[in-house]
Ligand binder design. Structure first.
Ligand SMILES: [Zn+2]
Length: 92
């Protein structure tokens, strides 16, 4: 079963986003905030957005649910709601 991690801001800039405790359903994760990570493979995640972004999705630093380090974007964003794939170099 996939896990969905709600993402919250760590400061007022909103550029750093850290995962909370995972939910089993995407609606539960995105009901709490605009962003969530879907685990698609071990240490690999798709960034999802409930609402389209104003700015460039590449500006965000998405932190790993396991180790907390910022992850590398490995696939660029595809749409307003599918904001690319991220992998943790530290955990892999
Ligand atoms: Zn990690």
């Amino acid at each position: 079963m996939s896990k969905y991690y709600p993402l919250v801001d760590v400061d007022s800039t909103g550029l750093d986003k850290v995962p909370l405790f995972p939910a089993n359903h995407i609606a539960d994760a995105l009901g709490k905030c605009n962003f969530a990570l879907a685990e698609i493979a071990p240490h690999r995640y798709t960034l999802l957005a409930m609402k389209p972004l104003d700015g460039d999705p590449d500006q965000y630093h998405i932190h790993c649910p396991m180790c907390g380090k910022a992850m590398a974007q490995v696939v660029p964003y595809k749409s307003d709601h599918l904001l690319g794939e991220y992998a943790c170099e530290n955990c892999n």
